[in-house]
Write a protein that binds this ligand. Structure first.
Ligand SMILES: Nc1ncnc2c1ncn2[C@@H]1O[C@H](COP(=O)(O)OP(=O)(O)OP(=O)(O)O)[C@@H](O)[C@H]1O
Ligand SMILES: [Mg+2]
Length: 301
């Protein structure tokens, strides 16, 4: 079964799109086929996956797909991630595993249709019809920083909600709002099984005692739902190289911002910081696979 996660926090800038893009890449490295659905009119995830808005070649976006309000409307409208290997000019191995239902700014026009009967089911309908299960192991839906109609439509289509949160009070409050919203409105969204599957601490600055304090608050409130990263990365490229420990939470590192600005994968760099940042998201993908994909396999068996 394809596992569908919506990434949500109505606090802006907590790294929702960052988690979507680089978790997609890490899942791809782990051999999973991933569809990214960009439900944010800002289209940050679309751009960061290498897809350029080209006025002479307007792609069909998720806005048209949900406007169709039809079963399987998304089929045939996914486009491949455009990360290209500079030397070979071919899609990178990660890009070959990632497709996108891209966003454009006019997606905002779908918000006013929230009053149309059943409109919150439009994305779920677009993803139905069996085509998704044939092609993807995971769907990650990026959302804008609100709990408005487009995020609600995304929640109706998902199995789990993931909440990225920075270790700051306002972002923590955002995470509480998302959890309360899911708990109170899953049935209203025609998706009673929707639940929070993880709280991901992002942009963490371990050296700041205020952030340590806020991270402790988040752990106290969300308990085991807070994902702790584990594992090691190599300090040098050689086989017998020493290893370093992966930080517990996604750290604030300039490399993450650089990758997003350059619309590149973290694997585009072949230096120590590159290995470290790739290892962080590989650890996140291991947690995703253990919590959602392996568990589903166990239940089937
Ligand atoms: N771990 C990190 N270290 C450094 N910079 C980061 C990190 N995570 C995200 N950023 C940068 O912070 C900015 C905000 O991140 P991002 O756009 O992913 O957040 P968002 O929650 O999707 O924002 P919005 O609410 O606008 O959709 C971006 O410039 C991104 O590259
Ligand atoms: Mg975003």
């Amino acid at each position: 079964m394809t596992h569908i996660s919506v990434i949500a926090n109505d606090k802006g800038g907590v790294a929702k799109s960052q988690v979507v893009v680089h978790l997609a890449a890490a899942l791809a490295r782990a051999g999973k086929r991933v569809l990214v659905v960009d439900m944010d009119p800002q289209a940050n995830a679309t751009r960061r996956l290498g897809i350029k808005l080209d006025r002479s070649n307007l792609y069909v976006s998720v806005s048209e797909v949900i406007k169709a309000d039809a079963e399987a409307a998304g089929h045939g409208h996914t486009i491949a991630c455009r990360w290209i290997n500079d030397e070979t000019n071919e899609p990178t191995p990660e890009a070959q595993m990632i497709d996108v239902l891209p966003s454009r700014q006019d997606l905002v026009n779908r918000e006013s249709e929230a009053a149309v009967l059943g409109s919150n089911r439009r994305l779920r309908k677009a993803l139905s019809g069996g085509w998704l299960e044939e092609s993807y192991d995971v769907v990650l839906i990026d959302t804008q920083p609100t709990l408005g109609p487009l995020t609600q439509m995304s929640m109706t289509a998902a199995h789990t909600t993931l909440i990225p949160v920075t270790a700051a009070y306002d972002a923590f409050e955002g995470a509480l709002r998302v959890r309360a919203f899911v708990e109170q409105h899953a049935s209203d969204l025609a998706n009673p099984d929707l639940h929070v599957g993880g709280v991901i601490i992002t942009r963490y600055r371990a050296q700041l005692s205020e952030e340590e304090f806020q991270a402790a608050n988040i752990r106290e409130e969300f308990g085991d739902l807070v994902w702790r990263l584990t594992g090691k990365y190599k300090l040098t490229r050689s086989e017998d190289s020493q290893t370093g420990l992966i930080p517990r939470y996604i750290p604030e590192w300039t490399r993450f911002g650089e990758a997003d600005s350059a619309a590149a994968s973290l694997t585009a760099w072949n230096d120590l910081k590159g290995r470290q940042s790739v290892a962080v998201f590989d650890a996140l993908a291991r947690t995703y696979i253990a919590r959602f994909l392996d568990k589903a396999k166990e239940q089937v068996a």
